[in-house]
Design a protein around this ligand. Structure first.
Ligand code: ZN
Length: 251
């Protein structure tokens, strides 16, 4: 057994046996890992609180033949507010679910760790949750190798003019211009929205601000389709979010 140190964020946990929990962590240096937290369901054990999702932790872990085991843990930031408010919980769970689904195990990606930490902070500080989660989703997709192809038509290679409408095809992962046949399952993509998505991928966190409610709505629909076609399943956190705000209320 070797002992190593890690800085991680709890993405999820699940019960193990009578008293233990398995925690899924996104670590700055090690990437996504799973580890056993012994006694994390015993009343008054401090691991009960520290193994809840969104906790930012400093840890010491043992690695051996089976799952790694948490040896020591110290909280850096709990993000308690995200668990106390149902709507923030839904948005935070969306971030955690995306990170859990799209990042491979034990492949270091410090950029993804920083992106998650920064996004949790922004949610807790009251930034627009639609902008925070949209920025996170687009950039996480890019880090996971699924960057949407927004600059050139996938069929003819033409670059649409600024402001020109195009089609976005979730399964193909990019755009088609209006002079090419519209593929089935494609979404209309306004020029302003295409530009906003490119800006988000270039680092603009406030990319939703200039958009109309209609373009924001269309962003959510095509992003959801893009995510779910890649995962080949529905995202639980998005269903939870839709139950809270209503599928047609997001703008
Ligand atoms: Zn074309």
């Amino acid at each position: 057994m070797t002992l190593y140190r890690a800085e991680g964020i709890v993405l999820a946990n699940r019960d193990l046996g009578e008293a233990d929990r398995i925690v899924v962590l996104l670590c700055r240096e090690q990437g996504k890992i799973e580890a056993v937290a012994k006694g994390a369901r015993r009343p008054r054990n401090r691991l009960v609180g520290l193994t809840l999702p969104f906790n930012h932790l400093r840890l010491a872990l043992f690695s051996g033949r089976g799952l790694d085991e948490v040896s020591q843990v110290e909280g850096i930031r709990s993000f308690q507010r995200l668990r106390d408010d149902l709507l923030l919980l839904a948005y935070g769970s969306y971030l955690a679910e995306l990170a859990g689904e799209f990042l491979p195990e034990r492949e270091p990606c410090p950029e993804a760790f920083e992106l998650l930490l920064e996004s949790l902070r922004a949610l807790e500080e009251g930034k627009d949750p639609e902008g925070v989660t949209g920025f996170f989703a687009l950039n996480l997709l890019a880090m996971a190798g699924f960057r949407p192809a927004l600059t050139h038509c996938l069929a003819c290679g033409r670059r649409p003019a600024p402001g020109e409408e195009s089609f976005f095809h979730p399964a193909a992962g990019g755009i088609y211009c209006l002079t090419c046949p519209r593929p089935s399952g494609a979404f209309s993509l306004a020029g302003a929205l295409r530009r906003a998505m490119e800006e988000a991928l270039a680092g603009a966190r406030d990319f939703l601000v200039p958009l109309t409610p209609k373009d924001r709505r269309s962003f959510h629909l095509l992003l959801r389709a893009f995510l779910e076609v890649r995962l080949e399943k529905e995202l639980r956190s998005l269903r939870f979010l839709a139950e809270l705000v209503g599928p047609d209320e997001r703008k």
